[in-house]
Ligand binder design. Structure first.
Ligand code: FES
Length: 138
């Protein structure tokens, strides 16, 4: 290996080592809150795991997203992680809200904050129903 080739390889290796922690840090910071991560999956409503979505108020959690049937042909999909400090959310069909199990924040079906301490809305995803297949995507 020639001297200039050695220096070139060394430079790329050093840059990779130097920047790797920063790149990993970026991916971790956005993963927890469901903000900006591409989402695209399909739920087959007749599958056993998704039967809850055959009834109004039923919900299913997949890939960090809570999918809820709000009426016969209407579904909403919101990030399942609280924007306050990352608590786990669940859908309370009695009150029609997403509720955090840690500090009790409440979110509407549009993702907006109804009760704090959270101050940032949840990420909302698109849903498209085709027959018995429900696509959830960002
Ligand atoms: S983590 Fe959800 S309200 Fe604090």
């Amino acid at each position: 290996m020639r001297r200039n080739e050695f220096i070139s390889v060394l430079g790329v290796s050093a840059a990779t080592i130097f920047f790797a922690p920063f790149l990993a840090g970026c991916s971790k910071s956005s993963a927890g809150l469901g903000s900006g991560n591409p989402i695209d999956f399909t739920l087959h409503l007749t599958a056993t795991a998704n039967l809850a979505l055959m009834n109004d108020g039923g919900s299913v959690v997949k890939n960090g997203v809570i999918v809820v049937r709000t009426s016969a042909s209407s579904y909403v999909a919101l990030a399942g992680t609280c924007t306050h400090q990352g608590g786990t959310l669940h859908y309370d069909s009695v009150v029609g809200r997403f509720v955090c199990s840690v500090h009790g924040a409440n979110f509407s079906t549009s993702g907006s904050v109804l009760v704090g301490p959270a101050t940032v809305a949840l990420q909302k995803y698109n849903t498209t129903l085709t027959g018995t297949s429900l696509r959830v995507y960002s």
